[in-house]
Design a protein around this ligand. Structure first.
Ligand SMILES: [Zn+2]
Length: 197
């Protein structure tokens, strides 16, 4: 009989923590409709933890999974931007938007340095799941409602640039063109590296 384990096997060694980079416009994943989460498992917990870390490290108040390259219906938010104040919405559905529409300046971690006034209704009612797979109905107003609506857009492949006024699009043309240029450069660099023997 052969003993397979010549060295002690450590079963308790922790999984390496996930590390996410931000996905910037115009990466194609930002344009796809994200797919529902099906398993409320350890992997989902790791993903959400890594999304929280990415959001705080990037000084964001919200983040959607496509912004870290994942085509999954997960969004996180922290309206105060303070660590520990975060919330996750999994497979969210916006049931209702109501109240007066307000204009407010929005930024987006996928559009660094670009800000534009976007009009959105003041309130939204959402059905979503938590990390354990429990369903909740939640109401958001003010800034939190705005974050939820912005991040929900990401799950549908809708971006800040789509919500901007034509005047803002013109005003940000150079910055947007630069993002497209940088994306193409990075893609070519990756393709060259892949061709190298
Ligand atoms: Zn965004």
């Amino acid at each position: 009989m052969v003993e397979s384990a010549a060295l002690p096997v450590t079963l308790t060694s922790p999984m390496p923590e996930l590390e996410f980079d931000l996905t910037l416009y115009p990466a194609p994943v930002l344009r796809r409709v994200a797919s529902p989460v099906e398993a409320f498992d350890d992997e989902l917990h790791s993903i959400v933890e890594a999304m929280y870390r990415r959001m705080y490290a990037s000084k964001g108040v919200g983040l959607a999974a496509p912004q870290v390259g994942l085509k999954k219906r997960i969004l996180v938010l922290s309206p105060t931007g303070e660590e520990g104040d975060q919330q996750v919405l999994i497979n969210p559905t916006i049931l209702e938007k109501s109240g007066p529409s307000t204009l407010f300046e929005e930024g987006c971690l996928s559009f660094p340095g670009i800000y534009a006034e976007i009009e959105r209704p003041e309130l939204c009612k959402v059905r979503a799941f938590d990390l354990e797979g429990n369903e909740h109905e939640l109401e958001f107003d003010g800034f939190a409602s705005r974050i939820v609506q912005h991040e929900y857009d990401h799950l549908e492949g809708i971006l800040l640039v789509d919500r901007m006024s034509p005047a803002d699009k013109q005003r940000h043309k150079t910055a947007l063109d630069n993002l497209v240029f940088d994306f193409k450069q990075a893609r070519e660099k990756r393709a060259r590296a892949a061709r190298r023997p």
